[in-house]
Design a protein around this ligand. Structure first.
Ligand code: ADP
Ligand code: MG
Length: 250
């Protein structure tokens, strides 16, 4: 993985910079010439049709996919700091009959103590603090498999925020979430990026949210088709060509 700090010729406080990124799987070019800057406190929405390469780009940033080009990271005045990434994966499925509770899931991720022993008093307090970041303290004893789409996303978000990352990446966090849940999740992300000054990179097919919450929209279809403000991208010919062409479903 080619992640390191960079010199900072970017005029803003640039957190994440992707330069000339390309991904080939076998003989197929999945991504090419991807250039993207995500600044601190900025929400970048990655949009594109199914199979465009959105998840592949995320996997490259996470170091789970080989790529060419450079992915680098910097915080002004703090050279060589390691990038902490918080990641919320795309709709993981849990069995409704699964006895695993929200507290158990946190224990699996954050404690070496066997889960069947239950969370210690101190651990329970830490879990409650994590859940409070997403206003989800009441979810601590619920079974993971019984959570609504919106509740599950909040729990996964709380996990991704411990420790507080420099960049938060979410792969289609709004899919499987009802309209009310979408609204409250986006409000929460908005609050989080302001409170912690972190960059958020998320993929979505819910274009109605972009104007209100995204600073930058990047439309990809194997390469970058269009990028800019939500208005610029949503009103572009390129956007209409990609999403209104026959078979160009989201
Ligand atoms: P999106 O998230 O935009 O829907 P993906 O990044 O999941 O798109 O996939 C982009 C393309 O890369 C698709 O055509 C998919 O089939 C292909 N792809 C992704 N991962 C692999 C893989 N491990 N092996 C082969 N092809 C893959
Ligand atoms: Mg995907």
């Amino acid at each position: 993985m080619n992640i390191g700090s960079h010199g900072g010729s970017c005029g803003h406080s640039c957190c994440l910079r992707i330069e000339d990124l390309g991904v080939k799987i076998g003989n197929e070019t999945i991504l090419e010439k991807i250039n993207l800057h995500a600044h601190c406190g900025e929400l970048v929405a990655l949009i594109g049709p199914n199979g465009a390469g959105k998840s592949t780009l995320i996997k490259s940033i996470l170091g789970q996919q080989d790529y060419t080009g450079v992915i680098s990271f910097s915080v002004p005045g703090q050279r060589n700091r390691k990038m902490k990434i918080g990641y919320v994966p795309q709709s993981p499925v849990f069995d409704p009959g699964d006895p695993v509770s929200v507290a158990d899931l946190f224990c699996c991720c954050m404690s070496k103590r066997p889960v069947f022993l239950g969370a210690s008093k101190k651990m329970r307090q830490t879990i409650l603090e994590c859940l409070s970041r997403v206003h989800g303290e009441d979810l601590i004893n619920k079974r993971i498999g019984t959570l609504s789409g919106g509740e599950l996303q909040r729990v996964l978000l709380a996990l991704a925020l411990e420790p507080i990352p420099n960049i938060l990446i979410l792969d289609e966090p709004l899919s499987g979430v009802d309209v009310e849940g979408m609204e409250s999740l986006m409000e929460m992300l908005d609050e989080i990026r302001r409170d912690y000054d972190l960059s958020i990179l998320m993929t979505t097919h819910d274009f109605g949210m972009l104007d209100r919450y995204a600073d930058q929209v990047v439309l990809i279809d194997r390469g970058i088709i269009c990028q800019g403000s939500p208005k610029d991208v949503l009103e572009s010919k390129a956007f209409h060509a990609v999403f209104h062409r026959k078979g160009g479903g989201v």
